[in-house]
Design a protein around this ligand. Structure first.
Ligand code: B3K
Ligand code: ZN
Length: 855
């Protein structure tokens, strides 16, 4: 198996200016006829090489004449001595019903649907399947009218008709040139929700949302979110929608969240369907954010796309940054920032510390689908955010304007993006660009000195870029560090420090006493910070900083250090239980807090075990988990009166997805989480569960019961199961709660879940909710010292890999991250990885991740 390298990029030998596709949907054989206008790129004599996978070729013609001389391999079709410009007709047959990889054209329970990014188009027809080949598409779809009344593709519907045999056809034309990964086709019977959006220039856009029959009322929130996104992009980035129609289809079988196909987004139904009874506030939030993300891709991804897949962060990092800014504007900026930072610290730091470490612009790839990672997406967004921090909102906007002015309609690189930012602002970003090529989490180590006599305060910064699995040599990065100085009786002052060298000093004078400094405010760079804060300083920042993020972060630091101090990892910070009590007392007494319930809830939440694991070089899973549980119990019992008071104050009637209501439910369920660990827990949790008429509060009760191992847990879970027996999307929450339960016989429980009548091994949502949740979020079960958890996952992956390699390769992640574990567990994990690697016909997806983790 061969890796592709970024530096080997060569422009395509041929372009394809137009594509005329005709797809006749039928079981088991779907006929695909493709007519391509092929144009040689420059003067050369290379053959035309087309990509294609598992494609039975029926016929092939050049300028209407059948071709007999061609070379076919399992992944390509080569034609020698072709003209400089010609029409190529290719006729293939595929079987969507047996395509369980959910890539290419596949058939779900009641619909046909495509997923082409990254390299799925080659499973539909022979093509030059790379993002720098841009073509104008016409697509005609034929299918049985009764079973498939809606036949959809990109762009505008231009014609349609009926055939005599009960079949019908629809023809689509997309006027915008696009790479084949943005092609989409959907056929099915749906409920349709319609709305309109009037653009800033006065054009009326038809919005259509297609959902499973009977689910129309759950689609309203997605449509509202779409309109908000369209308006936000006009207001903030002057970006207007370009086609006259925008369609979104929700499907049940989908490998990831959603896909931004031009004019025809395809979504995992999980990110579309919501109403108060069946969806949580978090679901509502995620829908708004994923709808926005895919919509924003219309400019950052579709109008300007990637030259090659190594540039993926060009569109993903930027689009994640845009959706984060949007979410922040829709609700609370601070709470959203906390959310983003949690993802980085919990998942991205783990990836950087693993064998899969890679820069946001990878250099080597075996299976592209393995690189849709938290590094490319979320660290990518942090890199864009740093540009935004360094250039300011206006400077950033000027850069974006220049980027579109230069590159609209093109397939470009990350360097092109940075150049636009640089030229629009006349700054030198050459050192900054290293963030694109260098992997790993930088450590910024800071020391302070204060001179009583002169009033001078000195901060000595050092950056340490340690070697990673993929890269030995590192260079110094350009790291923006926000600081806040706090002095007694004065208004805190903020400042942006740019760390560019290995060591650098910042000197401030004029202090009458040693200031308290809060470093890395707003998480201004994706780094780990080392600084010997005093406990008093952390308490002061946590309770008095002007910056909500810094307050939360200081509290998290106190919790973390206290917890590590309880394990063999230890801590040099001497945080006592008294300090924790002081912190929590302070948080409760804080006047600002009751105006922002959501931030209060964040401040009172302990870092999760996965985040704690990333703060130390050795992960003592059992000890850490125990310490964390004990601390939660302590907090619950020491502050039960406070929790109870807020619990009753935050009660509300009726459900609306508004910031005020969401924040109240959030603090209320946090209080319940703690109160569950007191002696009124069982009663209170049962009461909330019975009284609740919305999913947020019902699930809040179940989660509280699970985490406190309450007697009522099993009973409430079966009530829930009965109520939602026919709704697998809702049952996913139930599956996941069971799978993350830290009960002794967890593997037997998993077996039961897998044989549940709503479980379906071919549905990625189901597989993720049971198998994924167990591997990622059941520390005691997964890391059981007898290795049974690891074996369970490996056994499952051996079967899953043959059906759906993409999903298998995602779920192997926790197993591959064995480096931080103790020797015994590390050996057991490696043993399972070795078993996987020995599997004949292992997919490229799993091969890449498993082999890396063992080398
Ligand atoms: N671009 C898609 C992801 C495609 C993943 C392919 N394995 C969704 C998104 O990021 O918007
Ligand atoms: Zn995206």
């Amino acid at each position: 198996i061969q890796a592709k390298r970024r530096l080997d990029y060569q422009p395509p030998h041929f372009f394809i200016s137009t594509v005329d596709l005709s797809v006749k949907l039928e079981d088991p054989k779907t006929q695909v006829k493709s007519q391509l206008k092929v144009i040689r790129n420059g003067e050369h004599r290379h053959p035309l090489v087309l990509d294609g996978e598992e494609l039975p070729l029926i016929d092939i013609k050049i300028n209407a004449n059948s071709v007999t001389r061609y070379e076919q391999t399992p992944t390509s079709l080569t034609l020698e001595n072709v003209p400089d410009e010609f029409y190529l007709e290719i006729y293939t047959e595929i079987d969507p019903a047996s395509n369980s990889s959910l890539e290419g054209l596949y058939k779900t329970e009641n619909a046909y649907c495509t997923q082409c990014e990254a390299e799925g188009f080659r499973k539909i027809t022979y093509f030059i399947d790379r993002p720098d080949v841009l073509s104008e598409y016409s697509v005609t779809i034929y299918a049985d009218q009764k079973a498939y009344p809606y036949l959809l593709s990109n762009g505008n519907k231009v014609d349609s008709g009926k055939l005599e045999d009960g079949r019908h056809w629809v023809k689509w034309h997309d006027p915008f040139k696009k790479p084949c990964y943005l092609f989409a086709l959907v056929a099915g019977d749906f409920d349709l929700l319609e709305d309109h959006f009037k653009t800033v220039s006065g054009r009326k856009i038809l919005l259509q949302l297609f959902v499973d029959k009977g689910k129309a009322k759950r689609g309203k929130h997605a449509l509202t979110s779409l309109k908000k996104s369209m308006q936000w992009d006009e207001e903030v980035f002057d970006l207007e929608y370009d086609l006259d129609i925008y369609m979104v289809v929700a499907v049940d079988f989908f490998n990831m969240g959603a896909m931004e196909n031009k004019g025809l987004n395809v979504f995992n139904s999980k990110f579309v369907l919501a109403d108060s009874e069946s969806a949580t506030d978090e679901d509502f939030f995620n829908i708004e954010s994923v709808i926005a993300h895919e919509y924003f891709h219309n400019w950052t991804g579709n109008r300007v796309t990637c030259r090659d897949w190594f540039q993926l962060s060009l569109k993903e990092g930027l689009t994640v940054f845009r959706d984060q800014q949007f979410s922040a504007d829709m609700s609370s900026r601070v709470v959203n920032r906390i959310k983003n930072v949690k993802v980085i610290r919990e998942h991205q730091f783990a990836e950087d510390a693993s064998a899969m470490s890679h820069p946001i612009r990878p250099d080597e790839v075996i299976e592209m689908n393995n690189f849709y990672t938290v590094t490319v997406y979320d660290k990518g967004a942090e890199v864009i955010r740093m540009l935004h921090t360094l250039l300011g909102q206006q400077g950033f906007k000027n850069g974006i304007d220049l980027y579109f002015k230069r590159h609209d309609g093109q397939a470009v690189t990350c360097d092109d993006f940075v150049s636009a930012m640089q030229d629009a602002n006349q700054v030198d970003l050459s050192q900054f660009k290293l963030w694109y090529s260098q992997s790993g989490t930088p450590v910024v180590s800071v020391k302070e000195r204060f001179d009583d006599a002169t009033g001078e305060y000195i901060l000595e910064f050092q950056q340490i870029n340690a070697p990673t699995a993929d890269q030995q040599q590192k260079q110094n990065l350009h790291i923006p560090i926000r600081l806040e100085f706090m002095c007694n009786g004065e208004k805190p002052s903020a400042e942006l420090f740019e760390l560019k060298q290995g060591s650098q000093t910042l000197t401030k004078s004029g202090f009458t006493e040693k200031p308290t400094v809060a470093l890395l405010a707003d998480f201004s760079a994706p780094v780990k910070l080392e600084f010997d804060y005093t406990v008093d300083a952390l308490l002061k920042i946590a309770l008095q900083s002007q910056d909500g993020f810094s307050r939360w972060d200081a509290g998290q630091k106190l919790f973390s250090e206290y917890l590590h101090g309880k394990t063999p990892a230890g801590s040099t910070f001497k945080v006592s239980l008294r300090d924790i009590d002081n912190l929590i007392n302070g948080i409760f007494n804080d006047k600002q807090a009751d105006t922002d319930w959501a931030l209060l809830a964040e401040m009172l939440t302990l870092p999760n075990i996965e985040t704690l694991a990333q703060q130390v070089s050795r992960y003592y899973v059992v000890e850490l988990n125990k310490a964390r549980k004990e601390l939660e119990s302590h907090i619950a019992n020491t502050f039960s009166a406070n929790f109870l008071l807020i619990y009753s104050e935050s009660a509300q009637s009726g459900y609306k997805y508004t910031a005020t209501q969401v924040n109240k439910r959030k603090i209320r369920n946090l209080c319940l989480h703690y109160l569950a660990k007191t002696d009124i827990g069982d009663k209170l949790v049962s009461e909330q569960f019975s009284a609740s008429s919305n999913m947020t509060d019902s699930l809040g009760a179940l989660k509280a019961a699970q985490s406190a191992l309450l007697p009522c847990f099993e009973r409430l879970m079966s009530e829930f199961e009965q109520k939602w027996a026919d709704d697998p999307l809702v049952l996913d929450k139930w599956f996941a709660l069971h799978a993350s339960s830290e009960i002794p016989d967890i593997l037997a429980r998993l077996d039961l879940l897998l044989s549940h009548k709503q479980f379906n091994h071919d549905n990625p949502n189901r597989v993720r909710s049971v198998i994924g949740t167990f591997a990622f979020y059941n520390p005691t079960g997964f890391h059981a010292i007898d290795g049974s958890g690891y074996k369970y996952i490996a056994d499952y992956l051996l079967k899953l890999d043959a059906r759906n390699p993409q999903v298998a390769a995602r779920i192997v992640t926790p197993l591959s991250q064995w480096k931080k574990m103790d020797e015994a567990r590390a050996e057991l994990m490696k043993h399972q990885l070795t078993r996987l690697l020995a599997q004949p016909n292992l997919s490229k997806d799993l091969y890449e991740k498993v082999s890396k983790s063992l080398s």
